[in-house]
Design a protein around this ligand. Structure first.
Ligand SMILES: Nc1nc2c(ncn2[C@@H]2O[C@H](COP(=O)(O)OP(=O)(O)OP(=O)(O)O)[C@@H](O)[C@H]2O)c(=O)[nH]1
Length: 232
């Protein structure tokens, strides 16, 4: 499957923006389940390992009706999120790397019950830096938050990593219980809309304790990040 062309779609009036989000992380952290939860709210225990890249589309309505009533000058904000679920296995890396280039956002997933998957996060950030386009927005997702008794990574550690690495947001999700999954994509979409000049307020869900939203994130390969890299 070929990735569709990036950017703002003109002729198709069913959405205003097309955002491509790539979901990356080690094998079995739950990427496919997170995407399924986002797409349909469904969870199925057994998942085949993703071969190469899988592709899901969901159209989000962000502030849609409200915007209609507030301003006649602004279009309703319909964003189409295309989520590219990538294989975590090493042997598929060359296939998935070609999808980095057209991604506007990257969600890096780890499993809160497997510390090694969190320790891989810097590797995945490097992949985005190497293969991604400029200004890719990053989100960190600690999945399987329903497995609290087997936790091996503290949420605070993810927050520290987000702070250090200039990541937009850190969240803990449960694809199984459909916790925080939509919020992760909504925050990403709001950030991308804002960066596309839309007057959209970023906001973290108020009722979830495991969400960190940072106001001064630095997109991957932005001039600020490149300056950071040069000085270290
Ligand atoms: N308890 C729990 N299990 C989950 C959750 N998400 C995924 N799983 C389980 O974790 C396993 C791996 O899930 P996948 O979604 O296939 O993982 P993946 O990251 O897409 O794996 P690759 O395709 O190999 O990269 C499956 O057995 C899922 O049932 C979750 O939120 N909670």
């Amino acid at each position: 499957m070929q990735p569709p062309t990036a950017g703002r779609e003109q002729p198709d009036d069913s959405f205003d923006f097309l955002f491509k989000i790539i979901l990356i992380g080690d094998s079995n952290v739950g990427k496919t389940c997170v995407v399924q939860s986002f797409k349909s709210g469904q969870f199925s225990e057994k998942q085949q390992n993703t071969i190469g890249v899988d592709f899901t589309v969901r159209t989000l309505d962000i502030e849609g009706k409200k915007i209609k009533s507030v301003s006649v000058y602004r279009p309703e904000c319909f964003s189409q999120m295309q989520v590219w679920d990538t294989a975590g296995q090493e042997r598929f890396r060359t296939i998935t790397q070609s999808y980095y280039r057209s991604a506007h956002g990257a969600m890096i997933a780890y499993d809160i019950t497997r510390r090694s998957t969190f320790e891989s996060v810097p590797h995945w950030i490097r992949e985005v830096e190497l293969y991604g386009a400029a200004n890719v927005v990053l989100c960190l997702i600690g999945n399987k938050s329903d497995m609290e008794s087997e936790r091996r990574v503290l949420f605070q550690e993810a927050c520290s990593m987000a702070e250090e690495r200039g990541i937009l947001a850190a969240l803990e999700t449960s694809a199984k219980e459909n916790q925080n999954v939509d919020d992760a994509f909504m925050m990403m979409a709001r950030e991308l809309l804002a960066r596309n000049g839309m007057d959209v307020q970023q906001r973290a869900p108020s009722d979830s304790p495991r969400v960190l939203l940072r106001s001064n994130s630095r997109p991957i390969n932005s001039p600020e990040r490149i300056a950071d890299k040069k000085c270290c």
